[in-house]
Design a protein around this ligand. Sequence first.
Ligand SMILES: [Zn+2]
Length: 388
Amino acid sequence: MITIENATVLYGEDLEETKANVLIDDHEIIEVSPRVKKGEIIDARGCVVAPSFINSHVHLGDSVAMDLGDGKPINELIKPPNGLKHRLLTDTPRSVLINSIKKSMWDMIHSGTTTFLDFREGGLGGINLLNEAAKDIPIRKIILGRHESFLNPSEDVGKLKKTVEELLSVSDGIAPSGLGEINDQHAALIVATCKNLGKLSAIHVAEYQEVQKASLNETGKSEVERAIKAGFNILIHLTAPFEDDLELVVENKIPVVTCPRSNGMLAVGIPPIKEMYEAGINLLLGTDNLMFNSPNMLREMEYALKATRGFNKDYFSPKEILKMATVNAANALEMNLGTVYEGKIADMVIIEQKSTDPYLSIINRAETDNIKSLLMEGKIIYNDLPLN
Ligand SMILES: [Zn+2]
């Protein structure tokens, strides 16, 4: 058993600021109360205990391509199969790719993340590579695979289904790049195959105006309409929604992962976080491609908050941004974590409190050095606090 004592706890789904101790037994939080004190004691005075972060969208495979091609158009950089990153990844030795991915995973751990959702390219080989890189690294990975045959519009549907099933045997779901690269029939087949096997399906949509316009010209529908019709579980970006898109997302209760720093870096806009939040969409947060961003959720939350306030010239609550990085993601992924609450899996981060506002203390002030302790499934991944 472990007790975290003397901290400010962000308790429950609403991250309510409360003074309490947290008792962990095995992998689970079993009591949050002012009096409880059993087992090993972590003295967390002067700190905030929050759910550890869930990075809901990342491409770890691109860790080898950091900051390359800055300023080039998005198509030239990342569009499969001939974008700069795809050429680079093909030319890089496997051991170099694995080492760069490992480093990124440690960056995530040191910045308070215990779960990530990765869009993995390169078919079975790509998934195996990520699995190999993650071996012995204490982080929870959710891998969504894809295959280059998705890009072939005349691929036989029987063959496509078999490919998807093969990928799903070693992954948690499928994530095609976007609807500019695959047709609607194939998208629907991919999603249906995932659903049959209880797996996830996700896709980039409405990342920028041009892809939305191209979709409308070619099919009479926005990317968002097409993705929802195909039945995807999770949508990434929605930085450039058309007028009816948000309503469709709300009606179909689809979670949206926003990646504001990536959108900023690629000069494609600022995701309408406040508008989506007010519409009732379950919003998540991801750091996206390692090519453009560090996988650091502290930085992502800070940019998300300030870009949203700047974009709307209006207040937006830091607590809601912190929820995007924790509880909202856990709910969208149907995982029993992301909250400091009795019965939840004990994934928690303990961060030095630098101001009287615990939410802004994390989002607006904390550096990785201020992260004092990280727990995953009740195990201490690292700890700089007094432990008795
Ligand atoms: Zn992405």
